[in-house]
Design a protein around this ligand. Structure first.
Ligand SMILES: Cc1cc2nc3c(=O)[nH]c(=O)nc-3n(C[C@H](O)[C@H](O)[C@H](O)COP(=O)(O)OP(=O)(O)OC[C@H]3O[C@@H](n4cnc5c(N)ncnc54)[C@H](O)[C@@H]3O)c2cc1C
Length: 309
């Protein structure tokens, strides 16, 4: 495996923002992954895993360590048991499971990430999350230098959260997904519906990182005083969260721009790199939105996008 120096990270992210990694490699096998971690350890470097780069913002100063691109991308299907390496894309797994006559992964079609990044962030949409379809997760514990198998319960999944966010030394290497036998024609119809819904409401194909902020769990706010202050919030009262997009949109912030980055005019929680944005531009817009939301609603938004520095 080749370890390269001073590699631009920008092309490896959907946002197309950020500086260089001091070192960069692509791990295509478990052996590569081990070697990469050993290399980092010997040099006293930090490392991070790069999936599809669809949920990250890389610092303009880059990353002074080793960026490991997840290149493990094998996928096998036996009956209803699907095993996918961490580097398999969500869209590919959707397509392959439908082709194999399985149902239950259609929702993932529009998530432009990998299995590894999606397990770590418990990615989800349209009412389903990774935790709902996982049977187990295989993890390289880079401190103990061994593979460990986690049940979904052991992954401590929560809303866009898992144990892996607290343990960066644990690298997701593969996952077993359990699906149901289905009807490919019905699954294709669902995929078409989900895709149509996304293209109507989101900036598909643009330079962004998905939702900038997590939605706000009702448990984190004083529900009765907030709904008294903002009666429109009643419509979300049966949902577990208040959409951050609603809170931002209500402050008329759609379309607002700081230098190269703008809040999407279609989806108020999408920040789009419209003109050679820097990470600094994005951070300035993040601060502005957080400040306005905090002052207007008393809510502190929490970033969903991972900052790499
Ligand atoms: C247009 C668009 C739409 C989106 N829609 C959704 C949506 O509907 N629902 C949703 O949940 N998300 C959505 N996202 C966000 C993103 O696609 C998901 O969070 C996705 O799961 C990230 O996967 P990734 O491979 O791109 O992760 P990356 O962005 O590469 O990495 C994210 C974080 O995970 C870490 N990581 C990556 N791989 C591994 C691994 N193998 N082991 C351990 N850590 C790892 C990285 O170090 C980083 O900290 C959207 C993004 C975009 C751009």
């Amino acid at each position: 495996m080749e370890i390269r120096e001073h590699v631009e990270l920008r092309p490896h992210t959907v946002f197309k923002i950020g500086g260089r990694a001091r070192y960069f490699c692509e791990a295509r096998t478990l052996e590569d992954l081990r070697d990469a971690v050993h290399f980092a350890r010997e040099k006293g470097l930090r490392f991070f895993l790069l999936g599809a780069g669809s949920n990250m913002l890389v610092s303009d100063r880059g990353f002074d360590g080793l960026a490991i691109k997840m290149g493990l991308a094998h996928c096998s299907i036996n009956g209803a048991r699907v095993e996918a390496d961490a580097g398999v894309s969500m869209a590919r797994l959707t397509a392959e499971t439908i082709r194999a006559g399985l149902a239950g992964f259609e929702w993932a079609i529009g998530i432009p990430g990998t299995i590894g990044g999606s397990v770590r962030g418990n990615a989800g949409c349209y009412g389903t999350e990774m935790k709902d379809v996982l049977h187990s997760v295989s993890v390289f514990d880079s401190e103990a230098d061994r593979i460990r198998i986690f049940s979904p319960r052991e992954c401590n999944f929560g809303y866009r959260d898992s144990i892996f966010k607290k343990r960066p030394s644990w690298i997701v290497v593969s996952a077993i997904v359990h699906l149901e036998p289905g009807d490919p024609a019905r699954s294709q119809k669902l995929v078409a519906e989900f895709s149509e819904r996304r293209s109507r409401t989101q900036d598909i194909g643009s330079r962004c990182a998905g939702c900038m902020f997590k939605n706000v769990p009702w448990g984190a706010v004083d529900k009765s005083s907030l709904t008294k202050k903002i009666p429109e919030l009643q419509k979300f009262s049966r949902d577990p969260v208040i959409p951050a997009a609603f809170l931002i949109d209500r402050l008329d912030l759609k379309g607002i721009k700081i230098r190269g980055v703008a809040i999407s005019t279609r989806h108020a929680n999408y920040f789009v790199n419209v003109d050679n944005s820097t990470a600094e531009d994005v951070m300035a817009l993040v601060s502005l939105v957080k400040d306005r939301v905090r002052r207007s609603y008393g809510i502190l938004l929490d970033e969903e996008v991972q900052f790499i520095a």
